[in-house]
Design a protein around this ligand. Structure first.
Ligand code: FAD
Ligand code: PYC
Length: 402
C-alpha cells in the first residue's frame, strides 16, 4: 500500500548554506533546534542556520528514554525545568506537530532512610517553588504501580517522590516538530555538515569552517552535548565537562502493565512502557570517559538486575534493541547556558543524563540570552559559577547514577 504514497512534501527544506547568517547554531539536537525556534518566535530573529554533522535528532535527543519531570531541589533548576515541563503541556498545539506528551506521572523510589529524607526535602522545596510533587507511602506506590515488588531482595520500597504531571513524550517528534517550525520560518537546517573550526578576529567570533565551506555569522551558539569539549577547544576555551556513555534498551512489546514512570535510583534502574508496549529501560552512566555511542556490559547487567528485583514479572522478557549516547557531565550535575570568553559565542551544554525534559525551557532561555545578552532563566547557569564556587548541586535530582 505504501507504493502509492508519493509526492509528500518535505517536512523541512534541504538548503545549501548561505554566506552569512545573523546567528548560527551548531548542533541540531532538541536544544539547538528549540533555541533557533524561540529566536524566531520570541525575538523575530529568523536569519538563522542550524548546522548538524549527522542527521537532526540523531544525537542524544533521539537516544534518550524521554522522561520529563521538574522535581529538582535548587530554585534556578526548578525554574528552568518547570518552564520546560509547562511548555511541553502545549507543545503539540504550539508546533502543530504531535509530540505525544503523556503526563502519566513519574515516581522516584525511596529505598533507604537517606533517600526518604532527601525526597521529603525535595517535596518541601518543590511546594515552595510552585512545582507539584508529593512524598507518597509504599501503599500508594503499589496502588499506582501494581507490578512493583515492595519488599525487594536488597532494598525495600519505603516511599517515593511522586510528580503527577511528569511523564514522557516522543523524543524524535520533539526534534522534528521544532525543525519543521524553524524551516517554515525560513531558517536553514543544514545536515551532513560538520563544523571543523571556529573563526575569530580580535577576540570576536567571525564564523565557522565546515565540511560545506566557510559560513559567517554575527553570533554563534554551540549546542553539541557530548562534543561540547571539542567545540570549546575550537573556540579557544576549556569546559569543566566530562563525556561518558549512557545506555538504554527496550524489550519486546507486551500488553499494558504499567502506566507511570518509575525510577529506582538506589539500585540503578528505571522503566516505563511505550505506547507500542515495549518496556523502556535504562540505568547508570559508564564510569569512564569515552565517545562511543554504546554502553559497557557491566552497566547493562547492573541495570537489568536492578529492574528484575524491582519488577520480578519482567524476568522472562526478551530485549529487542540496545544503544547508547554520549552525555556531557558537569561536576554539580547542572547545565551550562552561558556567554563564553569569545565575544559573540554562547554555549548550551552540560545537560548530562537529564536534558530531554529541559528542551523547551532551555531553548526559551538560550534564545533570550543570545538575543538580549541576559535571561533570568539562564542567569545562574553561567560558566563563571565554577570559578566563583557557586555550584548548583543536583546530584540527587539527576537520579541516574554517575
Ligand atoms: P544532542 O541531541 O546530542 O544534539 C547535539 C548535536 O550536535 C548532535 O546531533 C551532534 O551530531 C551535533 N554535533 C556534534 N558535533 C558537531 C559538529 N562538530 N558539527 C555539527 N554538529 C555537531 N534526559 C531526560 O530528560 N530524560 C531521560 O529519560 C533521558 N534519558 C537518557 C537516556 C540515554 C540513553 C541518553 C544517552 C540520554 C538521556 N537523557 C535523558 C539526556 C538527554 O538525551 C540529553 O540531555 C539531551 O538529549 C541533549 O540534547 P542536545 O540537543 O543538547 O544534544
Ligand atoms: O533525567 O529523568 C531523567 C532521566 C531518566 C533516565 C535518564 N535520565
Amino acid at each position: 500500500a505504501l507504493r502509492y504514497q508519493t509526492g509528500w512534501e518535505r517536512a523541512w527544506r534541504k538548503p545549501e548554506p548561505k554566506k552569512k547568517y545573523d546567528v548560527i547554531i551548531v548542533g541540531a539536537g532538541g536544544h539547538g533546534l528549540a533555541t533557533a525556534y524561540y529566536l524566531g518566535k520570541n525575538f523575530g530573529i529568523k536569519n538563522v542556520a542550524v548546522i548538524e554533522k549527522g542527521w537532526l535528532g540523531g544525537g542524544n535527543t533521539g537516544r534518550n528514554t524521554t522522561i520529563i519531570r521538574s522535581n529538582y531541589l535548587q530554585d534556578p533548576s526548578a525554574a528552568i525545568y518547570e518552564k520546560a515541563r509547562s511548555l511541553y503541556e502545549t507543545l503539540s498545539q504550539d508546533l502543530n506537530y504531535n509530540i505525544m506528551f503523556s503526563p502519566r506521572g513519574v515516581m522516584m523510589l525511596a529505598q533507604t532512610e537517606h533517600e526518604i529524607r532527601g525526597y521529603q526535602r525535595t517535596a518541601h522545596a518543590n511546594n515552595l517553588q510552585g512545582v507539584e510533587t508529593h512524598f507518597i507511602s509504599p501503599a500508594r506506590v503499589k496502588e499506582l504501580c501494581p507490578i512493583i515488588e515492595l519488599k525487594g531482595p536488597r532494598y525495600p520500597v519505603l516511599g517515593a517522590l511522586w510528580q503527577p504531571r511528569g511523564g514522557t513524550a516522543r523524543h524524535d517528534a520533539v526534534a522534528w516538530g521544532y525543525a519543521r517550525a524553524c524551516s517554515d520560518m525560513g531558517m536553514d537546517i543544514i545536515q551532513q555538515c560538520e563544523v571543523t573550526a571556529i573563526r575569530q578576529e580580535g577576540g570576536k567570533v567571525q564564523g565557522v569552517t565546515t565540511t560545506k565551506g566557510e559560513i559567517d555569522c554575527d553570533k554563534l551558539g554551540i549546542v553539541v552535548a557530548g562534543h561540547s569539549g571539542v567545540l570549546a577547544e575550537m573556540a579557544g576555551f576549556r569546559l569543566p565537562i566530562e563525556s561518558v556513555a549512557l545506555q538504554a534498551l527496550v524489550s519486546e512489546p507486551i500488553k499494558p502493565c504499567m502506566d507511570v514512570v518509575v525510577m529506582a535510583n538506589t539500585v540503578h534502574g528505571y522503566m516505563s512502557q511505550s505506547d507500542k508496549g515495549e518496556m523502556v529501560i535504562g540505568g547508570g552512566a559508564d564510569g569512564y570517559n569515552n565517545y562511543t555511542q554504546r554502553g559497557s556490559f557491566h552497566h547493562v547487567e547492573e541495570t537489568v538486575r536492578a529492574l528484575v528485583e524491582t519488577f520480578p514479572m519482567i524476568s522472562r522478557l526478551k530485549m529487542l534493541r540496545w544503544w547508547g549516547g554520549i552525555v556531557d557531565m558537569t561536576g554539580d550535575r547542572s547545565p551550562i547556558l552561558s556567554k563564553t570568553p569569545l565575544e559573540g559565542c554562547f554555549i548550551n551544554c552540560g545537560w548530562g543524563t537529564g536534558g530531554f525534559k529541559a528542551i523547551p525551557g532551555s531553548g526559551w532561555g538560550m534564545a533570550e540570552l543570545i538575543a538580549k545578552g541576559y535571561s533570568p532563566l539562564t542567569a545562574e547557569f553561567g560558566l563563571n559559577r565554577f570559578r566563583e564556587g557557586r555550584f548548583i548541586d543536583e546530584s540527587v535530582a539527576a537520579g541516574v547514577a554517575h
